[in-house]
Design a binder for this molecule. Sequence first.
Ligand code: F0G
Length: 723
Amino acid sequence: MTTASVLPTADEYFLACLNRTIPLLGESALHRLRGCTVGIAGCGGVGAAVALTLARTGVGGFVLADPGSFDLPDINRQWGANVTSLGRNKAEVYAEMLRSINPHVRVRILSGQAITEESLECFFENVNLVMDSLDIAVPTELRMRMFRLARTKGLYSISAPIIGFGAVVAVAAPDGMPMEAVLGAYIEEAAVKARLPEGLRPFFVPEHLGAMEEMMVRHKVPSIAISPVLATSLVCTEALLILLGPTIAGWRPPISLPQTLIAEPLTQQFRVTDVRELAKPKPPRPGAEGQPEATPSVSLSADSPEERRRLLSQVGFNVALLPHHGIAVDLLTDSWSDLPWVEEAEEAASPDASSGGRVETVLQGFYGYKFAVPVFRGRFAEALLAKAAVQQGWTIAANTLFPSTRFHLEASGARLVDLSAADVSSENEEGLFKGNLDLERLAAMVAAQEIQAVYLELAVNAIGGHPVSMANLKRIRTLTETAGVPVFLDATRAFENAVLIQERESGFSSKCLTEIVRELCGLSDACATSLTKDFKSPVGGFVGTNREGLFWKVRELAVLAYGTGLDERNRNRLARALRPPGQTDGPAARVRMVKRLWDRLRPLGVPVLEPVGGHAVFVNASAFLPHLPAAAYPTHALAGALFVEGGVRTIPNMIAPEQKKQGVQMLRLAVPINRYEEKDMDSVGDAFERIMKQRQKIGGLKRVGGPPGLLGDHAAQFQPLPP
Ligand code: F0G
């Protein structure tokens, strides 16, 4: 009998070897794994063990990259290291081991060279997932290039450094927080300054951390056979979740940055934690008294322009992708649901939810509508209102609406016509109420029965919070009411609008903000509102209306689409955050803060949108950097320069179609309520002043990757253009 005649076919072999795994994963999942290829950069204790473990789990393809060969100190933890393999190339030895597990496995090896710029492309060919197990001695920049490349190719990457008996597992999703932003900073600090992040201390044995810090400067780490085995199990679990998706029993989303998994069997820790927390010192764990006091920490913060420049390059020169830790003043958004300081928002809330009463009652009180349907976010409210109140084929007159509002109206089959009275593309346009509609055009369209509804955003976001006047809204109401044309509001920044009416419109200086808001809303049929801009709340939005029929329709849709619209926990969070906005904090204080920043920038000659808005200052980057053509991304370039210079984050504003037509893009400096002080605004002004002097030196950018569509430039990767 020849050997060949007893060898089973590839299919038979695969299924027979995995017949104990089939009950756990199912046969079809295994067939999918067989088609997958995992790239292993560095065949060390963890990387190679991940390959062997995944091969035994059914993964059918591997790319192994490692130029090194086995020596005696590898024997303490590397499965391929033994007396017969000493001196042999690691990638070659592991390729043989993989074939001995599965003779049909697809293996490519990159053994002759380290991971280099040139070999990276080759490494990535047909790969579905990347495991970073590169030696600590590999230049950080190269490792970061690998992560960047993985992201541009839409791939997840995993890294799992071992510490003591345990490990830290970090997974970067292609559309999530980049690995470079976190690991790059840690590795560099660790390798150069021999310090580990302070937040890791409670998880590990102090002597182990000490030994690690001592050896790291020599580009070695202490190890024991236990930790790579643990790290391998943890990594392979995340790898299966990524490769298979929600098709297997017990599936959950893979842990991904900013969340990391830390596990240490000796100290009995197994925790998923936000990586940004690791940079902060933690109180000692119970029973750890008497340990030597922690020495000053390594921080992830970027305190100098050089450090910030490095951080920026690690996220592809896109400030929107910066992790929060490097930022001194974050003017990314004024939306508390999109800001990272959730705890701060919760702490600022009233501890006694009942003091504010039922969410519905509070909203009815603040906005004056008879009915309110609270939901999780403003855009859910928009979706409900559009579905309940707007009909296919309608033409809706509007000012410059927020993209999500526009989307929901168009999704209901409506067509929008922008009847803004002001030219939003010009930063020099006059007018204290640039949110107003052009009444003449509106009257003509109503008379011609060309429009079926009006949709008005208060304190228009697209131009930094320029208000609608009460007089304009009153006229709109009278013009439309007799024709039976409803008026809808985006009342997200109604209180901000009220502050500006109080300041700018005659007859309102002695009215309180709630009175003004109720009067504004009283001129409408319904509103869809986000509650995370005028209030320091991490959640919330609502649909308000006086029409009972519309209320029941929205209510029913809310139940059908989102359960109840707002679950109990979030309802309580929102109830605690809804405080009546007064003159000393909230939107009123924010308007003053924005004005202070605007007053500081304008005399410098910074081309700011005029007059001042309510929640943001807008800067025309093309006018600020006239040497950069639009194709060189002047707005992104200016955002980058501001970050490097002053640790200030600002982002290019999402443009409305009208603005796009005219080629306008502004840099938005949005100020969240109750967060920053005047000195913070002044430091932003200082950064501008320093940049101003050397602005000709700010270079343009070239887009080198990123998703299509609305997210587009927001999540894109850039490279500096040569000067
Ligand atoms: N309407 C306006 C005017 C907004 O500015 C936003 C969000 C929404 C609706 C959507 O509400 O966020 O609760 O779903 N604006 C944020 C910003 C995201 O940064 O301007 P949401």
